[in-house]
Write a protein that binds this ligand. Structure first.
Ligand code: ADP
Ligand code: MG
Length: 315
């Protein structure tokens, strides 16, 4: 299969949309940026064996590579618009590429984001996606801005993906249904785009959780120059994860990666309306602690045997 045929067959999707004057097929894309918007851009690389286990099905690789990028747009309160895809793979295996694009395309269509270009090369399996989103000037949600007295909130449940990874790597045994649930959360994280929109003008700080709650909350506190108290009994834990021993499930929830839930801070007076609007989108929002003035200091009412926080590359 030639590179040209591969691109024509798998990366020329759907009908042209009006913000894309030139998409896949020319030397570069030409976009019409809607007036009175800020352009919000993020890029993430997804390497086999590092960011996803070798056994991950192609459909899930395609889905998740886009999902983790959409999660960054969600955390900014941006609306998805366009993305580019740089794909490196050892061989052009038609059935793998077909499943990969099917997974990616399902999610792209759901969130109305257009593939506008990319690059296809030979090499170790690696996917780099750059997403571009839009938001009215000044409304993008940032990591800085949390204030003493704000609540610390998260969407969904925590730790399921980390348990799923442990199942895939044969480090954890669960009942069949709990295992299936957690592996599904690992392979198919849900980018919380509707929540990002709800949080505009309300959350004082916001980010997505990719490297584990403690590590990522640490970044938010650093950026905001505040501290936080977390209460372990408040952490949202799925019924699947509740089948795991107490210490281990807390470890997954606090330090496991790959949740792609939204972590944000909120003035207490806004909690009820945010929870109400989020529940209309089938998104749970849980208060797990509060912000105080103790600069970048994170306190948890639970002691771990060691101090390692989240996943850091090259550490
Ligand atoms: P060039 O040599 O000019 O970079 P390429 O042969 O790399 O051109 O790409 C041809 C066209 O196909 C370009 O419009 C490029 O954006 C698009 N393209 C290549 N690979 C991909 C991909 N994996 N996904 C989407 N578009 C792609
Ligand atoms: Mg190229």
């Amino acid at each position: 299969m030639s590179e040209f045929n591969l691109i024509r067959e798998y990366f020329l999707w759907g009908k042209p949309i009006d913000t894309v004057r030139i998409g896949v097929g020319d030397d570069a894309a030409v976009l019409k940026i809607p007036l009175n918007n800020e352009l919000i851009i993020s890029v993430d690389t997804f390497n086999e064996g590092i960011h996803f286990p070798v056994e991950t099905p192609a459909h899930a690789v395609g889905y998740k590579a886009l999902a983790v990028n959409l999660s960054d747009l969600a955390a900014m309160g941006a609306e998805p618009a366009w993305f580019t895809l740089a794909l490196s793979m050892p061989v052009a295996d038609r059935s793998w590429v077909s499943e990969f694009t099917r997974g990616m395309r399902e999610l792209a269509q759901k969130h109305n984001i257009s593939l506008i270009g990319g690059d296809t090369t030979r090499g170790a399996l690696s996917i780099t996606i750059q997403v571009m989103g839009l938001a009215a000037p000044g409304v993008a949600l940032l990591r800085r801005g949390a204030q003493a007295g704000d609540l610390v909130c998260v969407s969904g449940t925590l730790g399921d993906a980390a348990a799923g990874l442990a199942v895939v790597q044969n480090r954890l045994e669960l009942t069949a249904s709990a295992a299936e649930y957690c592996v599904q959360r690992l392979y198919y994280p849900t980018p919380r785009l509707a929540l990002g929109v709800i949080l505009r003008g309300r959350a004082t700080a916001c980010m997505d959780i990719s490297d584990g709650l403690l590590a990522d909350l640490g970044h938010l506190l650093q950026a905001s120059g505040v501290g936080a108290c977390l209460y372990h009994a408040l952490l949202p834990i799925s019924s699947a994860l509740k089948t795991v021993a107490f210490d281990q499930r807390l470890d997954f929830a606090l330090r496991g990666g790959d949740d792609y839930e939204v972590l944000f801070t909120l003035p207490p007076a806004l909690l009820a309306e945010v929870q109400d609007e989020a529940s209309k989108q089938q998104i749970g929002v849980t208060v797990i602690g509060h912000i105080d003035a103790q600069q970048a200091d994170l306190r948890l009412d639970y002691a771990f045997p060691d101090k390692r926080r989240g996943y850091e590359h090259f550490s």
